[in-house]
Design a protein around this ligand. Structure first.
Ligand code: CA
Length: 225
């Protein structure tokens, strides 16, 4: 069954764009152009995920978020136009699962939606693969062409996140948030350091190009067949 996504966004162009893109990905969507309608729809409990704009007429996104949280634990991704730490922190404090700053790349939004849904849906324990590498999320093992690869917890989590989003370029910021947690106090080059560790154990040992750098954007694992 396709996941049902509620889009609460008063900018109709953005709402339609998201609806179209999610439709291509197999999601079923419903749109609401103001906070009150959005809240009423969310309270029906029929959605698997809510995309919630912060700046909304009638009821603000923050207020909608607080009220949705009284009745349901549905994953909520906040769409914020302002890249202020305050918004993010108060959103996450009020129970948002994640946030994304507008304007955003649709791939980024799709990655976050998948990630938010994964936390509520059980498919997380599956086996992921790319170019002969197998990652068993349940057993927490990694092999390349049958040979085991020993990874630290952080290396494993980083590889896991990149594999879950195979084929998509993931920014350092997204990796930091999802692998290191919502904590920007660390060094942003932690990602580069850990990618280097992974390459040391995968790319160099097996003499392949496994983790690709996209200059100025981030990293991607492609399935080379
Ligand atoms: Ca708005």
């Amino acid at each position: 069954m396709s996941p049902k996504v509620l889009i609460i966004e008063d900018e109709e162009k953005i709402a339609r764009f998201i609806e179209l893109e999610l439709g291509y990905e197999g999601y079923t969507t419903t749109k609401a152009f103001d906070g009150r309608t959005g809240l009423e729809l969310a309270e029906t409990g029929q959605f698997d995920l809510v995309l919630l704009d912060v700046m909304l007429p009638q009821l603000s996104g923050m207020e909608v978020l607080r009220r949705i949280r009284r009745t349901t634990s549905v994953p909520i991704i906040m769409l914020t136009a302002r890249d202020s730490v305050m918004d993010k922190v108060s959103g996450l404090d009020s129970g948002a699962s994640d946030y994304i700053t507008k304007p955003f790349a649709i791939e980024e939004l799709l990655a976050r939606i998948r990630n938010a849904l994964r936390k509520t849906m059980p498919e997380d324990a599956g086996v992921l693969s790319a170019s002969g590498l197998l990652l068993d999320a349940g057993r927490r093992t990694v092999t390349m062409l049958g040979k085991p690869i020993d990874l630290t917890k952080r290396e494993f989590d980083l590889l896991h996140f990149l594999l879950k989003n195979k084929g998509m370029v993931i920014s350092r910021e997204t990796l930091l948030e999802n692998v290191w947690g919502f904590d920007f106090s660390g060094e942003t080059n932690a990602v580069d350091v850990y990618v280097r560790f992974l390459r040391g154990k995968i790319d160099e040992v097996f003499n392949i190009k496994f983790i690709h750098t996209v200059r100025g954007v981030g990293y991607v694992i492609k399935d080379e067949k």
